[in-house]
Design a protein around this ligand. Structure first.
Ligand SMILES: [Fe+2]
Length: 323
């Protein structure tokens, strides 16, 4: 019988025995998912050692258990990054592994398997590049430990930004890495925004909005002073809130004066914010989000780049209603 469950891979290295949530774990053998342990029993040091010795890299959990896994990762990532237990290399590896876990769960749309696989490959390349780039990875580490939601959101935005670039333009590998690095650090400036504002669920006051709106320029100035990002990546950090009709910030740039990769990151940013809540759950369907951006937010985004977004996130049936 066909297995209807959807499994999400979790890298073995990112699992801390005993404290890992008590959920059923599966291993993949010969294309099938086989139950390794049911809930009700801890995943022990011994389990970890045994699987690692047999060359198992990934263990799988049911998609329905991802909420509890995400909360666990959030708590343990914050704790490990702030502690001295791990050296810089191990921290970089942890960020890499956690990112891969999340990307496997992004843009879940059964009709878009090719795009999901493409997006996964793109982010894997980016993360492996970042792991060897101490300046960029430590910036990402700072984002992750300041606000986990910002980190997960940045991953989503980077995935979609890369996917849109690969769909619409023929960029070299280096150019894609530049764009991906800028997109994953687009909200770096939020490390200067207090947690209370970032995590507030109600309406922000005018003063709070003013503080929040400083993040593109502050992120840009800080990262520029560190000299770790390319000009393209810095441009994304600075201009991802500029809007096509000139109503954005910090500079109010218009139309094609806004660098293309910053425009794409801005579209990916708004789309991901509309479709996913602060806990990483899906809120509104892809086509409704695209419709909102096209109609209620008319003029804010390049119509041409909106076509690229819709091509990727909407099924063909839905596209004809949007146009
Ligand atoms: Fe932002």
């Amino acid at each position: 019988m066909e297995d209807k469950n959807i499994y999400v891979p979790i890298s073995l290295e990112s699992i801390e025995p005993v404290i890992f949530p008590d959920v059923a774990l599966f291993i993949k053998t010969g294309g099938n998912y086989v139950l390794y342990k049911n809930s009700g029993r801890d995943f022990s040091e011994h389990d970890h050692e045994r699987l690692s010795k047999s060359g198992v890299e990934f263990i799988f959990v049911s998609r329905d258990d991802m909420d509890v896994i995400t909360s666990h990762m959030e708590a343990s990532a914050g704790r490990l990054l702030k502690s001295d237990i791990l050296n810089a290399r191990a921290k970089a590896k942890m960020i890499y592994q956690t990112s891969i876990n999340f990307v496997n769960d992004l843009f879940h749309n059964p009709e878009k398997t090719t795009d999901t696989n493409r997006s996964k490959r793109l982010i894997e390349n980016l993360m492996s590049f970042l792991s060897d780039n101490p300046g960029a990875i430590s910036s990402l580490e700072t984002v992750m430990s300041h606000n986990y939601h910002t980190f997960v959101h940045s991953l989503q935005v980077a995935s979609l930004t890369l996917l849109m670039h690969s769909e619409a333009f023929a960029l070299s590998r280096d150019e894609m890495l530049d764009v991906g690095t800028g997109a994953i650090l687009h909200d770096f400036g939020k490390i200067f925004v207090p947690q209370e504002i970032l995590n507030k669920t109600g309406r922000l006051s005018d003063a709070e909005i003013e503080i929040l709106k400083r993040h593109p320029e502050e992120g840009y100035l800080y990262l520029k002073s560190k000299g770790v990002l390319s000009p393209v990546a810095l441009t994304i950090v600075r201009h991802h809130h500029e809007r096509y009709d000139g109503s954005g910030y910090p500079l109010g740039l218009k139309n094609t004066d806004i660098p293309r990769s910053a425009q794409i990151t801005g579209i990916a940013d708004v789309y991901c914010t509309l479709t996913t809540d602060i806990h990483g759950n899906k809120t509104i369907p892809s086509h409704i989000a695209a419709q909102l951006m096209r109609n209620q937010m008319k003029g804010l985004f390049s119509p041409h780049l909106m076509n690229t977004l819709e091509k990727l996130v909407c099924t063909e049936d839905v596209q004809q209603f949007i146009l």
